[in-house]
Ligand binder design. Structure first.
Ligand SMILES: Cc1cc2nc3c(=O)[nH]c(=O)nc-3n(C[C@H](O)[C@H](O)[C@H](O)COP(=O)(O)O)c2cc1C
Length: 179
């Protein structure tokens, strides 16, 4: 699939089928995450693949009330929980090297975008879910204290084809030579 086509046509899919997703497809999505760029190739991301329906239900309960993506976790056969190990990305000899501190959010985002685009290219739907109680999910999944739960990524076959939300024009977001 043409990359620009995938970038423009991938949508957040909040209505996903319960239909199983083949392990090979899930592995291909994870493989795309694995090959993302990262700070000094530190690869701080960790992915927890949640298939168990009971656990998916518990994870869905951590999502903020009214979040439109809640059912995606309940319905989709797989949720990838994207985590980041702290103190690696942007760090040298145990200390942050820039004014941004820990870059784990950045690196996990790059891996997540790779996975979302790959899922789309395979005919699968995803939605990035950031609004949930990450510490509860960490507890449920036994995530160690040096690792943060960043994002929930349900993965399944799409039921809907949402219209693209408007993007700002380049003229609104790009400047040349000065801000
Ligand atoms: C970091 C991040 C967190 C998000 N969290 C949520 C969320 O909690 N619930 C939800 O329904 N959508 C969530 N989204 C999806 C955005 O609402 C969506 O990407 C945006 O509206 C653009 O729509 P599109 O993905 O279809 O292009 C999140 C997206 C990102 C990148």
């Amino acid at each position: 699939m043409d990359l620009m086509h995938a970038i423009k046509n991938r949508r957040s899919i909040r209505r996903l089928k319960a239909e199983p997703v083949n392990n090979d497809l899930v592995d291909t999505v994870l493989e795309a995450g694995r090959w993302a760029p990262s700070w000094a190739n530190t690869q701080c991301w960790r992915f927890v693949v949640v298939r168990d329906a009971l656990m998916r239900g518990k994870v869905a309960e951590t999502i903020s009330p009214g979040n439109p993506a809640t059912d995606a976790i309940r319905n989709a056969p797989v949720t990838i929980v994207v985590c980041g190990e702290l103190g690696r990305s942007g760090y040298k000899k145990g200390a942050p090297t820039t004014d941004k501190g820990d870059w784990y959010m950045f690196d996990t985002a790059l891996a997540t975008q790779n996975m979302m685009l790959t899922a789309y290219s395979l005919g699968l739907g995803t939605v990035a879910i950031g609004s949930f109680d990450a510490s509860k999910v960490a507890e449920l999944l036994g995530v160690p204290s040096n690792v943060r739960v960043v994002l929930l990524l349900p993965l399944g076959y799409p039921v809907e084809e949402p219209t693209p939300p408007r993007r700002k024009e380049l003229s609104e977001i790009v400047s040349y030579d000065r801000y």
